[in-house]
Design a binder for this molecule. Sequence first.
Ligand code: NDP
Length: 466
Amino acid sequence: MTFDYDLFVIGGGSGGVRAARIAAGEYGARVALAEESRMGGTCVIRGCVPKKLMIFASQAEALAAEARGFGWTQATAGLFDWQAFRHKLDGELTRLEGAYTGGLVAANVDIHKARARLADAHTVELSNGQRLTAKHILIAVGGRPQRPGIPGEELGLISDDLFLMEDLPGRVLVVGGGFIACEYATILAGLGSRVTVAYRGDAMLRGFDAEMRRFATEQLRMIGVDLRLETDPARLDRRDGAVRVTFRGGDTDDFDHVMFATGRVPNTAGLGLDDLGVALGPRGQVLVDEWSQSSVPSIFAVGDVTDRVNLTPVAIREGHCFADTVFGARPRKVDHSLFGAAVYTRPHEVASIGLTEEEAGERGPHDVYVASFRPMRSLFAGSDARAVMKLIVEAGGGRVVGCHIFGPEAGEMIQLVAIPMGMGATKAQFDAAIAVHPTLAEELVTMRRPARHIGMGGSDKTVGAA
Ligand code: NDP
């Protein structure tokens, strides 16, 4: 049987674009890609990139305050021009979109600006009515924000909406306690909105190391967020131009906007996967094996639509491995067991790789090294903010199996720690590196004694000052 293409990719986000470019550009496969929206997907258009630029923008007042702490008596951030920022942001996203499109064109990938659905195991039907066949089909459609399922939830916004707002809200409620809730609360508070966060749990960032969660939670309060834990909206109503929120328990409060950061779900609805018998998980994710192959052999899936590790660099790696394996005769799998992640809060970020202290304690004996200190830069400027660095080490001087940092540019640091950890480095090998002084990161190679031993079957003990 002959096909129009060797590969048809549905979705022009990070994972799909990488797979298409490698299959076509490196291995000469005949490739098409369908994207109904802007090329680049969630990360580039309505996620990581605009979010991080907004994080930078939101820090002006804090940087001015710091400058005053260093003797710049007149330092002030001035007034923030949201319209000017939005205009510039859109220009940047258009530039990136062009770069993504250009990369595909250079690799000879045919681009279809249309929505695609599967007609059969080798046929894609586009929203313009065109039907195209391919030997392999890659589903890379990502995820979409989910609302919590409460009455009036349509009155609330989702993360995509932040970048499109005409005006910044005066008073905003952010619902949720994950990555997006923390980062959006940081941005909006930094830009001058009055921010309330409602989270049903007792500390933000479930899944992260408990000590980091405590610091991240406290920091939100420190930057002026009205943090309401163990509470959740029960319903939303329109009231005199505002959104009235009734919380579980009966309290009410009015906000200009409510923003749901209550997780994301795989974007599989309407793709025709059910009809084809592609096995889906309970959240609608495409179930795939270690080669990203679905239950229908010609159909593969990478990225958030598979709900494995929902991070852009993981999707990119999955897309690349798929192309190497299927078109390059270089079978390559993704190791999902070790990956770094960062939450871009301010002034300190939370970044993490490997086991948390809690996970390590459940697995067996480990030593926990902790450095907690006030960084010289913010201390000098007059801030009491503490940074924390933690290494989890197999007991008896074994491998470093976890690293958690709460501090300025923690994401940058964790990226570098990922290299020795991926190589299985021991604590002694970390310590063999001579410190670069004065830096924050030098703490990672100068922690001499463990703060505590864990995982010893109920007899965990604190050792004393590290
Ligand atoms: P998360 O899964 O991180 O957090 C969702 C939050 O919403 C949790 O606190 C959860 O509570 C809460 N929640 C879920 N359902 C409900 C509900 N029905 N009612 C009330 N609260 C609810 O999702 P995000 O939306 O923050 O982010 C989505 C994903 O995007 C992340 O998992 C991450 O993979 C990715 N991302 C990565 C970023 C980065 O790398 N810096 C930045 C932004 C997003 P509970 O904890 O109790 O379950």
